[in-house]
Structure formats: structure tokens, C-alpha cells
Design a binder for this molecule. Structure first.
Ligand code: AMP
Ligand code: ZN
Ligand code: FE
Ligand code: FE
Length: 286
């Protein structure tokens, strides 16, 4: 076994293409010591993943990726080492699941109005049984030949500002941080580049606020971060006393350019990141 890890992966419980146990098997095959399952707004895949981890000798970190509000857009907050049987977490995640459920038919209706013949049935078939989200709609658009790649589906139709974009309810960041902490989880800001903060100064102020609201760390190492972004996030995290984490944001075939356990900027992520998360949790929650 190696010291390599991945702290960001999705399964069919949200919008990854592999089941929770398949994700763990892929982690084992990639020689990873540990993998975190971080599905969007759901803990539904965690029990299966943890069981698979025990069977295959991979440490599975029970996680989640919560959609919070950032202006008119999304801020993703990761939670690690969740007590995932916590009823309050399930209850509050159910609100976000319902919001996604309500939105999907509205996106399909917008696409249909544009003369694009994709259906909810097609999208559900492509979802693999878990929560349905935009990547599955992208898969349907690809399957029916309306676009040439998943990314093109987002760029033309599905991203904020796209032709078929529909907004959905999100919690304020402080509430997402609280949900994670109530389940004794370690909250980490995901892929800061998606916040489009413009300057290091603006991101510093935001990170300070989030830290005051309970944030523990920043996802510095990420598949899509350019070296200069990574350097900036690392510096800010160190300056503000925030933990540093990293992951690939693996989605299987729904994000084919990403490989489990791999990010662009460095060869490998190692177990020391997880050790720091565990130490933080021990100190904070005992
Ligand atoms: P949803 O949960 O339906 O809002 O879909 C969120 C997922 O869509 C995320 O996991 C991303 O992988 C993907 N996504 C969101 N925005 C984009 C974008 N601009 N380009 C590519 N993928 C995106
Ligand atoms: Zn996703
Ligand atoms: Fe994300
Ligand atoms: Fe993700």
C-alpha cells in the first residue's frame, strides 16, 4: 500500500457514474490508501462505501459536498469524517435534495422549448439510480447528439448564464458549515477558483468570514487549479491558519478528463493531509 489519497470523489448517489463500492474498488486498484466519498448534498452512498472500504482494505472517509449560496452562484463546502447517521444532517440535506429534484424538470422544459428533445426518463436512466443533477442532463444531450462533450453542454446550456439554466435553493454558507459541524464533520471550502473572487485580497476577506463561521480548511490541491492559483490558495490557508486539503473531484464517465487520485499540479496527494484533518477534529470535538 502507498501513502496516496484522494479527498474528493462522487458516486451514483449523486452525479458520479460509478457506485460507491465501485469508487472504492477503483481507489484500491489505483493503489490509494484512503479515499473520501463526497457526494453532492447526500450521505446515501456512505454506508456502502465504508463497508466496501473495510472489505478491500481502503480507508474510506465519510464525506459530503454541500451546495451553499455565493451571491447568485454556488459555493461548495466539503465535510469530512461525518457522523453520517445524524438525523439533523439528513433532515437538512433533504431540503437541498428536494431543490435539485424540483429544478431538473424545469431545465428539461427549457431545453424542450429550445427544440431539444431530451426527456426526464432519459436523464433518470443515465443517473444510475441516485440523485439526478445537471451532469446527467449533459449526458442525455451528449447521447442524443446535441453537443460534443459534457463541458460543451454546460457552456451552452447548463451553466449559470447558459440557455437552459435554472437556479436552485441553497443554504447560506454559515448554515452549511453548521450542518457539517453538528455531525462532528470537518468543513473545508471546495475548489476556491469557482468563486471567481478576482483578487487574493477579496478571497482573504471571504476566508476570514468563513473561518469565523467555523470553516476548518481549504481545498488547495485540485484537478483544475492552475499552479499560480494553487500557490495563492496555499499562501492564504497558511496565513489564516486553515488546513490544506486536495482531491480530484472524480465523477467517473460524467467528467471523463479526471482520474481518481490524480491532480494536475503534482504527482500525488499524501496521507499527511488526512492526519491534519483528524487532529483538527480531535481538538475541536474531542
Ligand atoms: P447540480 O448538482 O445539478 O447543480 O450539478 C453540479 C455538477 O455540475 C457539479 O458536480 C459539476 O461537476 C458540474 N458543473 C457545474 N458547473 C459546471 C460547469 N460550468 N462546467 C462543467 N461542469 C459543471
Ligand atoms: Zn458533481
Ligand atoms: Fe464541487
Ligand atoms: Fe465535487
Amino acid at each position: 500500500m502507498t501513502d496516496h489519497i484522494d479527498l474528493h470523489a462522487h458516486s451514483t448517489a449523486s452525479d458520479g457514474s460509478y457506485s460507491p463500492s465501485e469508487v472504492v474498488r477503483l481507489a484500491r486498484d489505483a493503489g490509494l490508501r484512503a479515499v473520501a466519498l463526497t457526494d453532492h448534498d447526500t450521505t446515501d452512498g456512505l454506508a456502502e462505501a465504508v463497508a466496501a472500504g473495510e472489505a478491500l482494505g481502503v480507508e474510506v472517509i465519510p464525506g459530503v459536498e454541500i451546495s451553499a449560496k455565493h451571491g447568485g452562484d454556488t459555493m461548495h463546502i466539503l465535510g469530512y469524517f461525518l457522523d453520517f447517521h445524524s438525523g439533523q444532517l439528513e433532515e437538512r440535506l433533504a431540503v437541498l435534495k428536494q431543490a435539485r429534484k424540483d429544478r431538473n424538470p424545469k431545465i428539461i422544459a427549457k431545453l424542450n422549448a429550445l427544440g431539444i428533445a431530451v426527456t426526464m426518463e432519459q436523464v433518470e436512466r443515465l443517473s444510475g439510480g441516485g440523485q439526478v443533477g445537471r451532469p446527467h442532463i449533459a449526458r442525455a444531450l451528449l447521447e442524443s447528439g446535441y453537443i460534443k462533450s459534457i463541458q460543451q453542454a454546460f457552456d451552452i446550456f447548463l451553466k449559470n448564464g447558459g440557455k437552459a439554466y435554472v437556479s436552485k435553493f441553497r443554504f447560506p454558507p454559515a448554515e452549511a458549515l453548521d450542518m457539517i459541524r453538528q455531525a462532528r464533520g470537518v468543513p473545508v471550502l471546495a475548489h476556491p477558483f469557482t468563486l471567481e473572487m478576482g483578487s487574493a485580497g477579496a478571497l482573504r476577506e471571504l476566508l476570514k468570514e468563513l473561518k469565523a463561521d467555523g470553516l476548518a480548511g481549504v481545498e488547495v490541491f485540485y484537478a483544475d487549479h492552475a499552479p499560480e492559483q494553487e500557490a495563492m490558495y496555499l499562501k492564504l490557508a497558511q496565513e489564516l491558519g486553515l488546513l490544506v486539503t486536495g482531491g480530484s473531484d472524480f465523477h467517473g464517465l460524467n467528467k471523463p478528463e479526471v482520474t481518481l487520485g490524480r491532480i494536475r499540479s503534482r504527482d500525488r496527494l499524501t496521507y499527511d493531509l488526512i492526519k491534519a484533518l483528524k487532529e483538527w477534529r480531535q481538538k475541536e470535538f474531542g
